[in-house]
Design a protein around this ligand. Structure first.
Ligand SMILES: [Zn+2]
Length: 223
């Protein structure tokens, strides 16, 4: 069961005083197409103060159920859909920090995944990884084999440099250091910057090593 947001609702209706979408747009959980569902067979459940309804996907005809707890109008209505809709994977906001061709390759990978073309996703992933690692190597030292390019980056690029720089910034006790010592009250911008840095460090130190090891296990399992 997943909650659907108000901006997915195209039109509201009211059954026994409870607001429920007459139509809403969502990714179909069965065929993954983005479609507009029309609700039918509304049933009022007075004990739970909700209205349930049925919809059929206009693309694949499969059935989807919805429940609305909307006794106080559309603004405060909670609407749930079952089974879960196949939400598209959305890209990270990295367009300003990586080169444009690499970003385009990354977006193509996401488009392939969202359209359910997993072979194309794997091909695009590989192409994007190649671009990513080639871009970290000096012009004359680029190799075309992906595994070799990655090893070369591991051998020649100081991947722990950002962490060393971070330690220096804190050690020097400048503005950033003071914020991390709880002595200075941070404003919203500084607080967000600190939170983002924390999340990126957790990704780098914990999430990334775990993801590499799960991918390894998955590939071992497939082999
Ligand atoms: Zn469908």
């Amino acid at each position: 069961m997943r909650q659907i947001t108000k901006n997915q609702v195209r039109k509201w209706t009211k059954v026994a005083g409870i607001s429920i979408p007459a139509s809403f747009s969502a990714w179909c959980p069965h065929c993954s197409e983005k479609v507009t569902f029309n609700t039918t067979n509304h049933t009022h459940d007075p004990k739970r103060a909700c209205v349930s309804a049925s919809c059929n996907c206009p693309s694949c005809s499969h059935h989807v159920s919805i429940w609305s707890l909307g006794a106080h109008g559309p603004d405060s209505a909670e609407v749930y859909i079952h089974p879960n809709t196949g939400e598209p994977h959305s890209p990270k906001e990295i367009s300003s920090i990586i080169p444009e061709p690499l970003y385009r390759s990354y977006i193509s990978t996401i488009d392939a995944y969202n359209s359910g073309n997993y072979v194309a996703t794997a091909v695009c992933c590989r192409r994007t990884l190649e671009g990513l690692f080639q871009g970290l190597l000096p012009e004359g030292e680029r190799v075309h084999n992906l595994a070799r390019a990655i090893s070369q980056v591991a051998d020649t690029v100081n991947l722990s440099e950002p962490i060393g720089n971070f330690a220096n910034v804190l050690r020097q006790g400048g503005n950033l250091g003071a914020h991390f010592d709880n002595e200075k009250e941070p404003d919203e911008e500084m607080a967000l910057q600190m939170l983002t840095l924390l999340e990126n460090l957790i990704d780098f130190l914990h999430v990334l090593p775990q993801e590499i090891s799960s991918l390894e296990q998955l590939l071992d399992h497939e082999a």
